[in-house]
Design a binder for this molecule. Structure first.
Ligand code: ZN
Ligand code: ZN
Length: 143
């Protein structure tokens, strides 16, 4: 996913040019397709002055808008989770479930705590393993 810093539209994958305003992403490309850093005046490979116009470099606002978008989606998910939890809380028999709920929360807290203790590479491995598990779970559901 790429976002044009000129027209602020999203693009799937990693395209070379913005499909809406025709600007290149953070590079200047000559008519023969050579890629150059955004600061050059002539192509470093063929000397051509016919270079594409790059979209402006990502500004603070650009990063901010991305962050806000991320925040909003995170908030939406959080609200959904809270709504579901509340719905469950009001419809269950509390006294019967409290001990197991406490145990579950403690277990999750312990799990989280152990992952923060693990060094980076192992954590990454754990994440990859998690993804693998999710994949097989999804496959099993389909079969
Ligand atoms: Zn654009
Ligand atoms: Zn060139």
């Amino acid at each position: 996913m790429r976002r044009c810093t000129s027209c602020f539209r999203f693009h799937p994958g990693t395209p070379t040019f913005c499909a809406y305003c025709g600007r290149s992403f953070d590079v200047r490309i000559c008519s023969r397709g050579h890629r150059n850093p955004r600061g050059v005046q002539f192509c470093a490979e063929c000397g051509s002055a016919d270079l594409s116009t790059p979209a402006p470099s990502a500004s603070f606002l650009h990063h901010l808008s991305g962050f806000v978008l991320y925040l909003f989606s995170a908030l939406t998910i959080a609200l959904i989770v809270i709504a579901v939890v509340l719905a469950v809380l009001y419809s269950i028999d509390w006294s019967a479930l409290t001990p197991s709920l406490v145990a579950l929360v403690l277990m999750l807290a312990f799990l989280y705590w152990t992952t923060t203790l693990l060094p980076g590479p192992i954590r990454k491995l754990g994440k990859a393993a998690g993804r693998q598990v999710m994949k097989s779970v999804r496959k099993n559901k389909h079969e």
